[in-house]
Design a protein around this ligand. Structure first.
Ligand code: SF4
Ligand code: SF4
Length: 352
């Protein structure tokens, strides 16, 4: 099995949109808790492939009309297709006598913290995950934009990523960075979670390349992504009309945002109708939609369309502050909208 045969199978038989390969040496500067060799000591090549997010899946959230298309189809559903592709490519590799270790995206140790006690004897703590975005860059598939989202020459920010580690020694692809993102920073301007810093950067050094992205506030992003931001979630406002969580003032970590989203999930019936677990509600309106719009307009990506995705209107937003406060709450449940007087003879009908 060589690189060309593997790529042909992945593209023609499995149907991935793009595939690239990094040799393991490109990960030399990775911290141990994100290094492919921490998962597979014999790893020689890191295979990265992508499947595109259909542009139309972003339409329902953009118009404020239909959330399932993004969550059900382009998020959880597309992730399942990544896993299926990962399995089929892995079988192809193992049919040729090499190991194939799928390494799907997950929170890194730094974000999630070690799970359980740290082992003795210099072993790594549990929960090793490599960054699939950095792996995609090192496999020559594109670059990380200012938003920290991975951008490809074909689809800009519109794809999900799969990674397979293998002990097969495969020809690596050339790294190409610095030619898609033009630092317009519309991702930061339009991020409803106030999560993408316009000025502060994180820098990356790998395989003799240096690049910088915005300092992304993962805690704020997680709250908005999980639909706990009033400005982008009518579902949250419907269930919690009086709760005010101004995003710019939140100081939570990613884990706190994750736990908070899971804690509130059971109180949000719309979210439960979409999925069995907290879901993508924000629709990546800054880091995917605004970025895609910009890259299409500037023709900086290849997959272009006969119509613009949005007109020049700014994206819809709901009021950040509650429209009504339940000031008169004295221990009973107070419903200011209740007009049903049948239960109490018309007296104090807002209380029950
Ligand atoms: S919106 Fe502009 S600055 Fe942000 S990632 Fe896309 S191209 Fe880069
Ligand atoms: S997912 Fe939403 S909140 Fe997070 S960075 Fe993207 S636009 Fe901002």
């Amino acid at each position: 099995m060589n690189s060309a045969e593997l790529k042909k199978f992945a593209r023609d038989v499995v149907g991935v949109d793009n595939i690239g390969i990094a040799n393991i040496e490109r990960f030399d500067s990775a911290p141990p808790y994100m290094h492919p060799k921490a998962i597979m000591p014999e790893c020689k090549s890191v295979i990265v492939f992508t499947r595109r997010i259909l542009r139309g899946c972003l339409r329902g959230i953009e118009e404020g009309t239909h959330w399932p298309s993004y969550q059900v189809f382009a998020y959880a559903g597309l992730t399942k297709l990544i896993h299926q592709a990962n399995y089929r490519i892995g079988r192809f590799i193992e049919d040729h006598g090499f190991d194939a270790v799928p390494a799907p995206p997950a929170a890194t140790l730094k974000e999630a913290g070690p799970r359980g006690p740290v082992p003795e004897g210099g072993k790594y703590p549990r929960n090793i995950n490599i960054s699939v975005r950095i792996a995609a860059v090192l496999a020559g598939l594109g670059e990380m934009g200012w938003s920290k989202v991975f951008l490809s020459e074909d689809y800009g920010p519109r794809q999900r990523i799969g990674v397979i580690l293998t002990d097969a020694e495969l020809e690596a692809d050339e790294i190409k960075i610095g030619h898609i993102c033009d630092r317009c920073k519309l991702c930061a301007r339009d991020c409803p979670g106030d999560a993408i810093d316009k000025n502060k950067t994180n820098s990356f050094d790998a395989a003799n390349h240096h690049w910088e992205c915005a300092d992304l506030n993962l805690g704020k992003c997680k709250l908005t992504h999980f639909g706990l931001n009033r400005v982008t979630s009518p579902h949250f406002v419907k269930t919690f009309p009086g709760i005010f969580l101004p995003m710019e003032e939140q100081g939570n970590t990613w884990v706190e945002g994750w736990n908070f989203g899971h804690a509130l999930f059971s109180a949000l019936p719309t979210y439960q109708a979409f999925s069995a677990y907290p879901i993508a509600i924000c629709g990546a309106r800054g880091c995917i939609i605004s970025c895609m719009n910009h890259l299409e307009k500037r023709k900086r990506i290849r997959n272009l369309f006969s119509t613009a995705f949005t007109d020049s209107k700014p994206p819809w937003r709901l009021p950040e502050k509650p429209l009504k406060y339940h000031k008169d709450h004295h221990g009973f449940t107070y419903d200011p909208d209740n007009t049903d007087n049948s239960g109490d003879g018309g007296i104090q009908s807002n209380w029950y």
